[in-house]
Design a protein. Sequence first.
Length: 189
Amino acid sequence: MNGDHRKPSEIEAEIAAERARLSSDLETLQDRLTVDGLMEEVRLQVRGQINELTAQLRGQVTTVTNGVAVTLRDQISTAGDSITRTARKNPWPFAVVGVGLAWMAISAAMPDRPAKKKPHIGMAPVKPATPAKVAHYDNSPADMAAAHLEETADVWAEGEIDSGSNPIPPYDAEPSWARDDDALTLSRR
């Protein structure tokens, strides 16, 4: 025998403890080799890889964000300097823009007023009719033509306002005053 001086009861207790440990290890291996056990191991490995990727992406996003912030800050600073130089050289456009913005802010702060629709003929607004003094025309051809023109214009304007349309009067490429006298004379015959 080799120099082992243990009692048989000690050896048996040691063997029983070893069997219990082996039994526990076998149960652990069996649990790991079942479908649920394998799925749990895969899940833990995937979760670990996802956590690593998330940490890497966070680092990359932080780096890119810092780079963009620095570039944006530099561009804004450059634009601000450029605007300042331009405003010092030519302040009038900035003054006009400032007045426009102030006007817009004041208009927005004021209570809404009901809009009054003003009549228009074409693109030109129509002024309210004021009682006009009756023109005194004599019997000269020029005064008679002016009276006829005024009367025709009044009738046309009233008709357009009453109809509610906004037509643009027709354009005559060659008005009567620019035509040859011969053409006028021939058209009257």
